[in-house]
Write a protein of this length. Structure first.
Lengths: 315, 179
């Protein structure tokens, strides 16, 4: 009689692999996991004896810590490897690194890399599940799932919601993962940015394009602000940060004309005053810290679903 | 093939008797907390709470426990039990906790539940109330309050149906189909 939960894929590389059922399963499971992080003793024995390796070739505070905490709250042993302190600097190839880690029998590999496709490549050379923790300009599926959990918590359900994604769409793995998953869940997505930050032919993904912030967020239920990636702003896509900020920084003025229960989310890290003003960032509609809390729950849910328990029956 | 072991009236009487026993043994309703093990243990705990309220006009604390994360049958199968919420909103310190479940069988669920409880705090005592004890224990665990003892062959399945979930009250025993 036990209800069971199953995911259709063993690796979490792209949100294209997740159907509506998978996403609901992950969000429901994450919702149940939230309670553990509110206890005095924030730990359950579920993944005792399992090994999770976090392989991070690119800097990260939130995502790496979040994966580490998620693993530890499930009692798994979590090992962190960063690009700078590893044999990568001695010239070891990605595939060799993966094969060598595989030889130490990890149960899950979490991979972040600045090259799109790296986690997918690694998954071909290891037997354990691989979770993409952000690869280049490709995808960031766990960020997307925590965004969806945060939205669902505040709106009740996802279907039919209108989301405006504002900012550097062209370089954003968060935008791509979200556009795909949101459409799977029956949400309507609009992208809002200057033309140079919108990829050509994005209409083919089924999103609406808007070049004006006020227009773009007018009837939205959710505004997702993206970080202007300062490290990628030497390509002449913007004449200046100040100009971008004049036209696309979300401020209290914009919020005067939108619905009162609009939600504002941002994947972090935030450039205060560039893509979002200080008062909006810290205002009542901003769910940015809820997102971080939900990130731990979503990652616990994925660990559990990818290698939790079998459904043997005992009363 | 199924046989009815308890009907609606008998279930109601069992709940009523267990409520009296809980009150007698703990000398009243003070400091009692009922914690139901998901799914049907929660229904049992809610009925006990109601009955105790009828008898002593006392409002005892109730909580719900999902023991999935504490189970000992860890494997790598793709089928995972759907995790439900644990809701214990009061401190366990000083409380006499009565764990409630529908069927007591191997005792492994109760072992997991006790482990889970200890992560929430240090109750004054933990007692166990079950609607059916069907035997075949694999761990040194015994119930304090039992609706009915039913010796059963291990190959058969005992199912508890409760109105809140299954639209009717009955306990049945089913012969598993030959595999």
């Amino acid at each position: 009689m036990t209800e069971t939960a199953t995911l259709s894929h063993q690796d979490i590389i792209t949100t294209k692999d997740l159907d509506a059922n998978d996403i609901e399963t992950i969000l429901d499971t994450a919702d149940s996991f939230k309670e553990i992080s509110t206890r005095a003793i924030k730990k359950v024995p579920t993944l005792r004896g399992r090994t999770i390796i976090n392989l991070f070739f690119e800097p990260s505070t939130r995502t790496r810590t979040s994966f580490e905490i998620a693993g530890k709250r499930l009692s798994a042993d979590v090992i962190n490897i960063s690009g700078a302190g590893s044999s990568i600097v001695k010239g070891e190839s990605l595939i060799d690194t993966a094969k060598n880690l595989e030889a130490m029998s990890p149960d899950i590999l979490v991979v972040r890399h600045n090259c799109s496709g790296a986690p997918s490549l690694i998954s071909e050379f290891v037997n354990c599940p691989v979770i993409n923790a952000g690869d280049g300009m490709h995808e960031h599926p766990t960020q997307c799932l925590l965004d969806l959990l945060t939205i669902r918590e505040h709106k009740g359900s996802l279907k039919g919601l209108k989301v405006s994604i504002v900012g550097d769409i062209a370089h954003s793995r968060v935008a791509r993962s979200n556009i795909q998953a949101m459409q799977t869940m029956g949400m309507k997505v609009k992208v809002v940015a200057p033309p140079t930050l919108i990829p050509v032919e994005i209409e083919k993904m089924g999103v609406e394009v808007c070049y004006d912030l006020g227009q773009g967020i007018k009837d939205a239920d959710v505004i997702m602000i993206l970080r202007i990636q300062l490290e990628r702003q030497n390509q002449g896509l913007l004449s200046s940060l100040r100009e971008y900020s004049n036209y696309f920084c979300l401020t209290a003025n914009h919020l005067a004309n939108v619905s009162d229960d609009i939600l504002i989310i941002h994947p972090g890290p935030v450039n205060r005053g560039i893509e979002i003003s200080l008062d909006v960032l810290e205002g009542p509609r901003s769910l940015i810290l809820n997102q971080v809390t939900n990130g731990v729950a979503v990652r616990m849910a994925l660990f559990y679903l990818l290698l939790g328990e079998s459904d043997a029956n005992s009363n | 093939m199924s046989t009815i072991l308890l009907n609606e009236k008998e279930i109601t009487r069992a709940i009523s008797r267990i409520s009296h026993e809980i009150l007698e043994r703990n000398k009243g309703a003070e400091n009692i907390a009922l914690i139901g093990i998901r799914t049907r243990g929660v229904t049992v705990s809610n009925r006990l709470k109601q009955k105790i309220n009828d008898i002593e006009n006392a409002d005892v604390a109730v909580g719900a426990l999902d023991i999935t994360l504490y189970r000992d049958d860890v494997g790598t199968g793709l089928q995972k039990p759907q995790l439900k919420k644990t809701e214990i909103t009061f401190a366990l310190e000083g409380k006499h906790v009565v764990l409630c479940d529908d069927v007591l069988f191997t005792g492994r669920t109760i072992r997991a539940a006790i482990d889970a409880l200890m992560d929430f705090g240090r109750p004054a005592s933990v007692q166990l109330a079950v609607l059916i004890d069907r035997g075949h224990r694999e761990l040194p665990i015994r119930p304090d309050y039992v609706g009915k003892n039913i010796p059963t062959p291990k190959s058969k399945r005992v199912q508890v149906h409760l109105k809140e979930i299954d639209k009717e009250d009955k306990v049945i025993i089913i012969q598993e189909p030959e595999k």
